[in-house]
Write a protein that binds this ligand. Structure first.
Ligand code: UT7
Length: 355
């Protein structure tokens, strides 16, 4: 039976370390608050005017490609998950192709907009391509340059302290080995809560206040012409160009949906929670990961957390953590690895794979 396996994996985080103490110089927050509520001690920020989401992705991809034992030109499809793309359009997939210097092979490139679960959605898509025999070397990347678009005033503190920059990449390849590869992926969404964790401006909503909005938000549209609604002066003046999160609401949903989708994946693959050797959760909040760990009955050495060092890197968090675990020798051939994520959309999912 043809399955897809992770043939190569790599990650890249920028050099610049930003501690909680560094953030206290810009906003009203404390190291104690951030550590107690999230587990985060520090995160990385990309180098201004030098690094972008795409350049970080390329560094991670180069490592993954080399470990997969292929030449860059042999990548026959690119999938790029990010919520912080270099451009509004085109997406980072084609920019990565150019950054890697492989435009000559004209491989397809697909961008995924599923935020925290973007890597899992990408993994599922890549898996289908490989299983069907359509592609042999699918490069999947999750990368974020959050630091470019955060509100560093006290107003944005609940969101800003959480996020960090980085990139992770895998190359999916076919395998016919019995005990290897992706066993299953489960994907879900519920758009009813789209604005609970969102970055809605700039956008083509045109100030339309759909039923979802609990409070009326005046974007100042009556004053602007039709063609100028995408990004308005008012959005800039009043700080409407930053992400918003209803943290407690997202937290409550996350601790419900993580275990639910993991149990679904286990059942689908005919496995039990006791069979999991390594759990690599999306690094949203250490408290969420610990809650899920307890529900699964896993020991500390069966869960890989690195949010303490890197913060929440959204689409990059799972491949970075998975790569770290692999490099540390914490995942061995034949191990059952469980990946899971929950985030903006809401979208969430889980994957089970035999290493
Ligand atoms: O990866 C995508 C998915 N995202 C998540 O899963 C995130 C889920 N949510 C969370 O992780 C948590 O809700 C947060 C870490 C974001 C916030 O923690 P919380 O315990 O839910 O705090 P809160 O939002 O309920 O705020 C409690 C208090 C508030 O003050 P008052 O109203 O009680 O006086 C906030 O204003 O903490 C205040 N606060 C802060 N204080 C210091 C919020 N952010 C900060 C801050 N520093 N950075």
């Amino acid at each position: 039976m043809l399955r897809s396996k992770i043939g190569g994996i790599g990650y890249y985080v920028p050099e610049k370390v930003v501690t909680n103490h560094d953030l206290t110089k810009m906003m009203d927050t404390t190291d104690e608050w951030v550590q107690e509520r999230t587990g985060i001690v520090e995160r990385r920020y990309g180098k201004k005017h030098e690094e972008t989401t795409t350049t970080m992705a390329a560094r991670a991809a180069e490592i993954a490609i080399e470990r997969a034992g292929i030449q860059k030109e042999e990548v026959d499809f690119i999938i790029f998950a990010t919520l912080s793309p270099d451009y509004y359009f085109p997406g980072c997939g084609v920019l990565l192709q150019r950054e890697l210097g492989i435009t000559g092979n004209e491989a397809g490139a697909l961008d995924i907009r599923n935020q925290c679960s973007g890597f899992l959605y990408g993994l599922s898509v890549a898996d289908q391509f490989v299983r069907t025999g359509m592609y042999k070397n699918v490069l999947l990347v999750g990368a974020e340059m959050h630091s470019m678009g955060l509100d560093f005033s006290t107003r944005g503190r609940n969101v800003t302290v959480i996020f960090g920059d980085g990139a992770g990449a895998v190359v999916l390849q076919p395998t016919e080995e019995d005990n290897q590869g992706i066993l299953t992926t489960c994907l879900h969404s519920n758009g009813a809560y789209a604005e609970k964790l969102a970055f809605i401006n700039p956008g083509a909503h045109g100030g339309y206040h759909a039923s979802y909005q609990e409070e009326e938000v005046d974007y100042g549209y009556p004053d602007v012409e039709f063609g100028e609604m995408f990004i308005t002066q008012r959005m800039m003046d009043e700080g409407m160009l930053f992400p918003y999160m209803d943290g407690p609401f997202v937290f409550k949903m996350a601790v419900q949906k993580f275990p639910e989708v993991i149990m679904e994946a286990l059942e689908k693959a005919g496995q039990k929670k006791e069979d999991i050797n390594m759990f690599v959760p999306h690094q949203a909040n250490l408290r969420i990961s610990q809650f899920v760990q307890r529900r699964l009955g896993l020991r500390d050495d069966q869960v890989w957390n690195n949010i303490q060092k890197f913060g929440n890197t959204t689409a990059a968090s799972i491949p970075i953590a998975l790569c770290e675990a692999y490099e540390a020798g914490a995942i061995k051939p034949g191990d059952l690895v469980c990946l899971a994520a929950f985030g903006s959309g809401f979208t969430w999912g889980a994957a089970l794979l035999r290493w």
